[in-house]
Design a protein around this ligand. Structure first.
Ligand code: SF4
Ligand code: SF4
Length: 452
């Protein structure tokens, strides 16, 4: 089996055995459901319901607040209890629609369609109406991503089944349990791109998923299953495009610039549901795992449920865990409360009995170069971190610091335990903010001159 990959990368402990054989089970929705209005990149969604309204499962409760924004639907039937700021998994606050679930699961009317009956515009409209966003964490509105300037130049639609983050197994379960729907979802996307071929790109630590998807696509000329070498961050947008097509892109480019579209497994499933079944995005699979969880599981959750309910469904915590992470250990973030809602981009609740990272002591760089060897963007993380510490953003930019994809490989590789990714991330934020400010000032000046 030929396995494709990219240069660089690392091999962290996988931890997937804890939950990979756990078939997905439904987490019943219970009590209060919270729907934050910012669940995608772009403008926040705008509520179309008010306090006291009765809503149905699948009913639109917030419409897109702009072109780059997404619709939000209730995952339960019940009553709108409040529209107020609520805490998110990140710790920040966000205006949210709070619905008291009545437990009746009364559904809105859904309108299925056959793929042959839909035009390209109708497909895109159904995806937009269904509130589908990138569910691998990016949260980019899918209807916008699937409408590039030159659709005829797209020749590769890649379904990202790499699932390269340690511990996560939700995409694996989706491929094993809903493979037919994924094929249908990919065929829907291919209807938008006449010159494209579809690829299921899957890391070779999931041989069953590779075999299963191959079986399902055996007679389909336009779809190929591509095994990828297991290596972090193989599932990054740039690295998966490089592995599948051999093409490279940088921070100034979009995948469409190199003829590619990449969508995560769960996103493709949601596209199938929205376009063919007429059902909006109301559920997703999350993995609840780690050595701090009694019974690691893959759960099908109603969006708006709490992380706490997901942990309870997995048997609860073992003792008093020291660390909770939303997402994977490489790119996820620490959580300080589980009484926060599961949203479209929530892929995993990781619970660790101990938090070894908090006990690490940083020492001086020994110039071993391990950080640069693992960097998928061929950067020099040690130098970039130095520039960040010194506040030398010009030097940071000159050494291509903006090309960092914040994958965390450099920090993981560093024997001196330097917080390389955090330092680089911080410099990127500062530099991007400076650039934005300069662009706004230039625009204001230009407007001033034109008005004179
Ligand atoms: S976080 Fe950035 S600098 Fe570090 S390895 Fe990843 S891409 Fe390279
Ligand atoms: S891995 Fe750590 S110790 Fe080695 S060169 Fe990079 S920053 Fe220095």
């Amino acid at each position: 089996m030929r396995k494709r990959t990219f240069r660089g990368g690392i091999h962290p402990f996988e931890g997937k055995e804890l939950s990979r054989e756990q078939k997905t089970v439904m987490l019943p929705a219970d009590g209060e459901m919270v729907f934050p209005l910012s669940q995608s990149i772009g403008a926040p969604s705008k509520p179309v319901v008010a306090k006291g309204d009765h809503v149905l499962r699948g009913q639109l409760i917030a419409e897109p607040g702009g072109f780059v924004s997404s619709a939000i639907h209730s995952s339960v039937s019940g009553t709108v209890k409040a529209i107020e700021p609520r805490t998110l998994a990140t710790g920040g606050k966000c205006m949210s629609i709070v619905i008291e679930n009545d437990g009746k699961e009364e559904e809105a009317e859904f309108h299925p369609a056959s793929p042959e009956s839909l035009t390209k515009q109708e497909i895109l409209q159904r995806i937009r109406d269904g509130g589908v966003v990138g569910m691998g964490g990016a949260g980019f509105p899918t209807a916008v991503k699937l409408a590039p300037k030159n659709p005829e130049k797209i020749d590769a639609v890649i379904v990202n089944g790499a699932e390269c983050e340690p511990y996560l197994t939700s995409d694996f379960r989706r491929m094993m349990e809903d493979g037919e729907d994924l094929v249908k979802g990919l065929q829907v996307i291919l209807k938008l791109f006449d010159n494209a071929k579809g690829y299921f790109a899957i890391e070779d630590n999931k041989p069953e998923a590779i075999a299963h998807m191959r079986e399902l696509t055996r007679d389909l000329d336009r779809i190929e299953v591509v095994p990828l070498r297991t290596k972090y961050p193989q599932g990054g947008e740039r690295t998966i495009i490089k592995a599948v097509t051999g093409r490279e892109l940088n921070s100034k480019m979009l995948p469409a610039d190199v003829g590619a579209i990449v969508d995560n497994v769960d996103t493709v499933y949601s596209i199938k549901r929205a376009v063919l079944d007429g059902m909006p995005l109301m559920e997703r699979i999350i993995t609840v795992t780690g050595d701090g969880v009694k019974e690691p599981k893959n759960l099908r959750v109603h969006l708006g449920s709490s992380y706490a309910s997901a942990l309870k469904a997995a048997g609860g915590a073992v003792g008093s865990p020291e660390k909770y992470i939303s997402g994977g250990p490489m790119m996820g973030f620490a959580m300080y409360s589980l009484d926060v809602p599961l949203v479209k981009g929530s892929s995993c609740l990781l619970v660790f009995a101990k938090d070894p990272v908090s006990r690490l002591t940083e020492s001086s760089c020994i110039n071993c170069c391990r950080c640069s060897q693992g960097c998928p963007e061929r950067l020099l993380p040690a130098r970039l971190a130095d520039f960040s510490e010194r506040g030398d953003l010009a030097a940071f930019e000159k050494l291509h610091g903006l090309e960092c994809v914040e994958c965390g490989s450099c920090s993981w590789s560093c024997p001196a335990k330097r917080p390389l990714t955090q330092l680089i991330k911080s410099a990127r934020r500062r530099l991007l903010a400076e650039k934005k400010k300069a662009a706004m000032q230039a625009k204001a000046q230009a407007a001033g001159k034109a008005g004179r």
